[in-house]
Design a protein around this ligand. Structure first.
Ligand SMILES: [Zn+2]
Length: 471
């Protein structure tokens, strides 16, 4: 197709999204109000998929264990382009009801922008006889880095030619950034309860947890620079005068390298085993989930970057600027015009590693996927997973960002549908990268982690039943 024709089609697509904006805004508002945290996104998932079904997309829900996931497809043949929609909220981040869940990461905008792009793409493809298939992936539970890993394990992304993702943010950029792989594990310790004043009769599971976390602290010196560990003691007992017989530590382990991640993860397991030996308790280790590092596809990231520049950054009205000045400037500084401009990216030979993680990582090992693509909905300095972001995700500023994301996703997809050279280059890059990494993709699904060789020694085997008397 001639480049003038492609430009004309992109212009038309942008106008169509503009025309559809009221519906998209009300959809994002509804999802914002539902504010459903990970794995409970029934209404949000139903709303997005029902609009897609009304627009002649074929909606499938094939995963029994992930009922809020869906795949909505329209079109015929190849290329098959995927748009990764998310819609889960975060606990405790409501900006209207204290303690209730809220969209502190803006996923109400994220999922809806994918819907907007997909519906317009259908119309544009119909109107211009463009071949190909658009698939919207309803991906639940991103905040626990869960949904896409399970969907990837079920093979849902296997037939894609490319996947696009975006995220609401504090800048307008399409970057060649890689995000860390993550192992998400729960360590449970089991002891023997006793009265606190006759503690010698018991064995404290909290002692084991504390010794375990000390082991983590001492491991830090021997970790490579970009590896990370964070943890919380999620269960530590009930009262000081009761020796706890159960404790639990929730640990995130991150690394930019898959092999290193798994080695570090096993090392941390050994800290748990050692803590049990020292405290005569026993343990249970469970992987909640693990996600792979993000392999950003430079070719696709550049495609998005060019289209983001074409669409242009958000323009704020006087009222919106006043709102930011009055509500947020004291906390975060001035919301300057510059923040709204495209920040572009610096294209290095190698990607930049970032400490955070996403379950998009797993998709990026199966099919070329763009790196982080963000559209500004908040002043720089506003943290993600924050109640101020919840407020902005339901504001006209957030909606403007969402429309820009929808337009950019649509225009980037039009490029892939009309110019096979881009996809060819994206796959060449993807295959080369996979070859260099020498790592077979295997989803890190929930599982018990067992060490039978240590199990026997670590088990608490009291010679006689321990007394729990004492007042
Ligand atoms: Zn997010």
């Amino acid at each position: 197709m001639e480049s003038e024709d492609i430009a004309r089609i992109k212009e038309k697509a942008q106008k169509m999204i503009e025309k559809d904006s009221q519906r998209l805004i009300s959809t994002s508002k509804a999802i914002w109000n539902y504010a459903e945290p990970a794995l409970t996104e029934q209404k949000s998932s139903n709303l997005l998929s029902s609009i897609l079904a009304d627009e002649e997309f074929k909606v499938e829900r094939t995963l029994k264990d992930l009922p809020t996931a869906f795949v909505a497809s329209w079109g015929d043949g190849r290329p098959v382009i995927g748009l990764l929609a998310e819609y889960d909220a975060l606990p405790g981040l409501s900006s209207t009801e204290v303690g209730k869940p809220g969209h502190g990461c803006g996923h109400n905008l994220l999922g809806t922008a994918c819907l907007g792009a997909a519906v317009t793409l259908k119309k544009v493809m119909q109107g211009n006889s463009i071949n190909g298939t658009i698939k919207v992936f309803g991906c639940p539970s991103e905040e626990t880095l869960y949904g896409k890993v399970v969907m990837a394990a079920a093979g849902l992304f296997n037939e894609l030619d490319a996947a696009f993702q975006w995220h609401p943010g504090t800048e307008n950029s399409s970057n060649y950034d890689s995000l860390n792989a993550l192992d998400n594990k729960v360590y449970r310790f089991f002891g023997k309860t006793a009265h606190g004043s006759t503690a010698w009769e018991g064995r404290s599971a909290l002692d084991a947890a504390q010794l375990f976390t000390l082991g983590i602290e001492f491991s830090r010196e021997h970790m490579e620079e970009k590896d990370r560990i964070h943890y919380i003691i999620s269960k530590g007992g009930t009262l000081p005068n009761i020796v706890p017989d159960h404790s639990e530590v929730h640990v995130f382990i991150r690394s930019p390298d898959m092999g290193r991640l798994l080695r570090l993860s096993s090392k941390i397991d050994m800290c748990a085993v050692g803590a049990c030996l020292a405290t005569e308790t026993s343990y249970e280790i469970e992987r909640n989930i693990g996600c792979h590092l993000l392999l950003p596809n430079k070719t696709l990231s550049l495609t998005v970057s060019k289209n983001l520049e074409l669409v242009g950054p958000p323009k704020l009205s006087k009222d919106e600027k006043k709102f930011l000045d009055e509500k947020l400037s004291q906390k975060y500084g001035e919301f300057s015009e510059e923040i709204l401009a495209p920040t572009g990216w610096e294209v290095g030979e190698e990607w930049r590693g970032r400490a955070i993680s996403t379950d998009v990582g797993d998709v990026s090992w199966i099919v070329p996927t763009n790196g982080m693509f963000k559209v500004s909905i908040a002043p720089q300095g506003v943290p993600y997973h924050h109640v101020d972001l919840t407020t902005l995700a339901n504001s006209s500023i957030g909606h403007k960002g969402m429309i820009i994301a929808a337009k950019t996703l649509a225009c980037s997809t039009i490029d892939l549908l009309t110019n096979p050279v881009i996809l060819k280059e994206a796959w060449r890059e993807f295959n080369k990268r996979r070859e260099l990494l020498k790592w077979d993709y295997n989803p890190m699904l929930p599982a018990k982690v067992e060490y039978p060789e240590y199990e026997r020694k670590a088990k608490l085997t009291p010679k006689k039943p321990l007394s729990t008397s004492g007042k």
